[in-house]
Write a protein of this length. Sequence first.
Length: 294
Amino acid sequence: MKKEKAPVKISVRFYNNREVRAVWDNRKHQWWFAAADVIGAITESSNPRKYWSVLKTRLKKSDSELTTNCSQLKLTASDGKKYATDCFMQSDVLKLAKVIPSKNVQGFLDWFVFSENTIDGQSRKKAYKLIESNLVSEKDIGTVKALQQIHAFIFGGLYSFAGKIRTKTIAKGDTIFCLAEHLQSNLQTIEKMPETTFAEIVDKYVEMNMAHPFMEGNGRSTRIWLDLILKKRLGKCVDWSKIGKADYLNAMIESHFDTAKISDLLKQALTDRIADRELIMKVIDYSYYYEQED
């Protein structure tokens, strides 16, 4: 086993709703992925650590180079504590997957190889940079201008309409968002909404979500917008990893009529760890996870 490296960035990816944790190696400029998470995603095993332990023993007996290429890096487990975790770089994940007897291998590899090159993959990397930058000035936080800046940054070069308020009426499922002819005036009204208390901030967030000012990418950009408001006004942000995907999506649908459920979910997930880099990365990952098709 190689000695532990000091991680710079932690990320969580999702394959079929299974977490695949990753840690960034700043010296080699690459991600390392948790072996047990890869095993769990492919096999859907209820005990991927044990599965990996058995497989690792078999690989050692066959003198596989995979075991010598494995590094132990500290990753946060479900109990919130950090543990030394067997990890592989991307090229070795591809090799590991191919020695796992499962019908899911090819699907996993297709996702693993190409997910970083999708619009979501590329915009997520931009979102990391945005959160760590000072792109949005303090005075603009909570404005439509700030939301446009966020959208333009994370989707610039990916969508031709990045940062542009839509001029067409859009719908999702049975929900029709603000009619295009009323959108500009509606956005001006939302911008003027107060944001001094948690309840006021949630109301403003819900109204902006119902307006859906962009053709695509509203949820991802508006959640960042919400967190900036919470940081500015309350010194807090939302730990999105504490809110389940189904719970969040259902609460947002219900918020068109009643904001109680989304308010409760957000309140329970509030944290004052606004400068915690690992948390910042994780909340972006979970925010993007909400947008993945099941």
